[in-house]
Design a protein around this ligand. Structure first.
Ligand code: FES
Length: 110
């Protein structure tokens, strides 16, 4: 059961959330937080990789441990249009699936 820590724009911890394996970062923020949801993760398209409102920065220590962006998929296109895009850290949270080996991952709201 991976744990994911969400940080705000300043880098302060918002919450650490336990989620079942195979949960996306977006689902962790929207459905597993003890708050109503993690602020800044709107997920307007519901996880279809077309809105970019689940944009997160994945911590440097974790970015190479998650499944990379599908260069031919919709996430790559969406990331080109998100505000505050960061070439090395930006991901659509709905496209990052957490498995047990991701226990301890940290993401930041851009
Ligand atoms: Fe819309 Fe992730 S929820 S792109």
């Amino acid at each position: 059961m991976p744990k994911i820590t969400f940080k705000d724009k300043q880098g302060s911890i918002i919450e650490t959330v336990d989620v079942p394996a195979d949960t996306s970062v977006m689902e962790a923020a929207r459905f597993h937080s003890s708050k109503q949801y993690i602020p800044g993760i709107e997920a307007v398209c519901g996880g279809s990789a077309i809105c970019g409102t689940c944009h997160v920065y994945v911590d440097d220590a974790w970015i190479n441990k998650i499944e990379p962006v599908d260069e031919n998929g919709p996430e790559r296109t969406v990331l080109e249009y998100v505000e505050k895009y960061n070439e090395t850290k930006s991901r659509c949270g709905c496209q990052v699936i957490l498995h047990d080996e991701h226990d301890g991952i940290e993401v930041q709201i851009p």
